[in-house]
Write a protein that binds this ligand. Structure first.
Ligand SMILES: Cc1cc2nc3c(=O)[nH]c(=O)nc-3n(C[C@H](O)[C@H](O)[C@H](O)COP(=O)(O)OP(=O)(O)OC[C@H]3O[C@@H](n4cnc5c(N)ncnc54)[C@H](O)[C@@H]3O)c2cc1C
Ligand code: SF4
Length: 478
């Protein structure tokens, strides 16, 4: 910012001048230091920075940013509260439509959503909506100002929620406020779904998710962990146990594999297994008992999405000398968030673009030691609209590896559809549900990745909100 502008209340500047004020930069851990620890990378805005950033907002009469938000957060409304220093009230404003702002402020792809369509983007830099969202949500939590919502008189109705990811947690929070009794069944030993087992600590500290879970528990939500529905009890039995409705939010946690020779060698993991071992079983923590991972020195991750970036950056932090992404398209087609790619590059992650594995080679003890690859070029666009990678004949080469992580996407686990009568699924195994989450089975709703396939946190939470309203109407009609 120029000296001229320094010291002025930005809000007093005419909009034309205000637009030119650069976006506030969030302080971050130094790349050299952070590539060897699991602490969060961005440190968050200071209160002064948050107010300055909020003052850049033009408070548009027709706020384009809201069109880009899947749950229609009142973005100018909460930003205005920030300019007034009303940080907790700003968090409450967001929570009117999004129950998980501390999570979404950290992991939502804002550059494709609200920030991508902010009016300032055309000529200048967009308002840092995500950084402001994170700031106010952290402020509310750190100052113990989490608002205990009013809870409606008890309805006497019971709802079972299967899965405790963002979809399940959102449904739980909304239905308990509406006066229903809520029990969440979670297969793993900790609540939070991908937010705890998939996304690493350096992007989303587990304590933030735990605070949300604790808050729901305080409001009366009952959590039953290590409880696999479809094994311990199935959906039909939940109704026999007295539940009046069921919400299925079981995500898309079944890893896809490549079907390449040697894929079952030791040292080759699915990203789900690798990240779960590190995040949930604390493989990164030297003090944790029975650290369940072999720390590799030459780690290669196959894929180009958020899961691949999380895996490769985890590999580096677990002590790899070399951590490499191998991706069959180019950097432009990578589905990972730009911020994550940028952070990975800063940390020294290597990238092999336009490269695909065709064979894994093992040593005499069955451990992977090399990967044979082929180079690709981009051909015509495929059904996803992205240019199809085509192998270049004779371009084979080998790479030395000791750990390979396969991060090429997930599908839905068939356990619940298989054990539930009358529940329709589509050809990918996702549960079929209408836009309010209603399934073909009376009394059963579904939402999040189990319906859409792998998507985003905010879409899962948004689906949860819609389903909660529909379940409430249903329960009141019984
Ligand atoms: C590594 C990784 C990184 C990601 N990064 C981002 C990101 O940066 N930004 C973003 O927006 N999205 C990201 N995503 C996607 C996002 O996390 C998901 O879209 C979102 O978590 C889906 O929420 P959900 O509630 O539908 O399911 P999930 O979060 O998958 O939760 C489902 C829960 O159901 C439980 N469950 C499954 N079956 C059963 C059963 N039979 N009985 C009981 N419980 C069961 C599972 O154990 C799990 O805890 C990422 C995904 C991964 C894997
Ligand atoms: S479009 Fe941008 S400038 Fe306009 S209200 Fe939204 S965040 Fe503020």
């Amino acid at each position: 910012m120029s000296n001229e502008l320094e010291g002025l209340m930005l809000g007093e500047l005419p909009p034309k001048e205000r637009m030119k004020v650069p976006r506030q930069q969030m302080p971050e851990q130094d790349p050299g230091e952070r590539s060897r620890n699991f602490r969060e990378v961005p440190r968050g805005l200071t209160p002064e920075q948050a107010v300055k950033e909020a003052q850049r907002c033009l408070q548009c009469k027709k706020p384009l940013c809201m069109n880009g938000c899947p749950v229609e957060v009142d973005i100018p409304g909460f930003i205005k509260l920030v300019t007034q220093g009303k940080f907790t009230e700003a968090a409450w404003k967001i929570k009117e439509t999004n129950s998980l702002p501390a999570v979404c402020g950290r992991v939502c792809p804002q550059e494709e959503q609200c920030e991508g369509v902010c009016v300032l983007t055309k000529k200048y830099t967009s308002i840092a909506v995500g950084h402001l969202e994170r700031f106010v949500a952290d402020w509310e939590r750190e100052h113990n100002e989490m608002k205990v919502p009013e809870i409606a008189p008890t309805s006497g109705k019971k709802v079972a929620i299967v899965g405790s990811g963002p979809a399940g947690l959102t449904v739980a929070g909304d239905l308990i406020k509406m006066g229903h009794k809520v029990t969440v069944f979670e297969a793993l030993h900790r609540e939070g779904g991908v937010l705890v087992y998939g996304i690493p600590e350096f992007r989303l500290p587990k304590s933030i998710v735990q605070a949300e879970v604790d808050f729901l528990a305080e409001m009366g939500v009952e959590f039953k962990t290590s409880y696999v529905i479809g094994k311990i009890r199935d959906i039909d039995e939940l109704f026999e146990d007295g539940f009046d409705a069921v919400f299925i939010g079981t995500g898309a946690g079944l890893p896809n594999f490549m079907g390449v020779e040697g894929e079952n060698l030791n040292g080759i993991y699915s990203a789900n297994e690798y990240l779960t071992r590190s995040n949930l079983m604390r493989a990164f923590d030297a003090d944790a008992e029975g650290t369940p991972i072999m720390p590799g020195k030459k780690v290669v991750v196959l894929g180009g999405g958020n899961t691949a970036m999380d895996s490769v950056r985890t590999g580096l932090r677990l002590g790899a000398d070399e951590a490499t992404i191998v991706y069959r398209r180019s950097r432009n087609e990578m589905p990972a968030r730009i911020e994550e790619i940028h952070h990975a590059e800063q940390e020294g992650i290597k990238f092999h673009f336009l490269t695909a594995p065709i064979r894994f080679i093992g040593d005499e003890n069955g451990w992977v030691k090399q990967m044979e690859c082929i180079q690709m070029e981009l051909g015509e666009p495929d059904s996803s609209g992205r240019r199809r990678p085509v192998p270049i004949e004779g371009s084979n080469f080998t790479m030395d590896v000791d750990t390979v992580v396969i991060a090429i996407g997930n599908s839905s686990n068939p356990l619940i559809p298989k054990t539930t009568s009358g529940l329709d699924t589509n050809r990918w195994g996702n549960i079929v549900a209408d836009e309010r989450g209603k399934t073909s089975r009376p009394g059963v709703w579904a939402g999040g990745d189990i319906v859409t396939g792998g998507a985003t946190v905010i879409l899962a939470a948004g689906a949860g909100k819609k389903a909660a309203r529909a379940i409430d109407e249903y329960l009141r009609s019984l």
